[in-house]
Design a protein around this ligand. Structure first.
Ligand code: ZN
Ligand code: ZN
Length: 51
């Protein structure tokens, strides 16, 4: 199961997944509500935060 990087809930569908725009090493997963709300995420590798 994948988990949302921002809020930690398990994501099933309607989520987005992308590599960290700063270091490109960490997979960022965002659930639909975090994407809509613009909740910040933090990269576990480089500490990058972004909406
Ligand atoms: Zn979330
Ligand atoms: Zn990063």
């Amino acid at each position: 199961m994948k988990k949302c990087t921002s809020c930690g809930i398990e994501v099933v569908d309607r989520y987005t997944e992308f590599k960290c725009p700063n270091c490109g090493k960490t997979e960022i997963v965002r659930c639909r509500s975090c994407r809509v709300l613009g909740t910040k995420y933090v990269c576990g590798n480089c500490g990058w935060t972004g909406p």
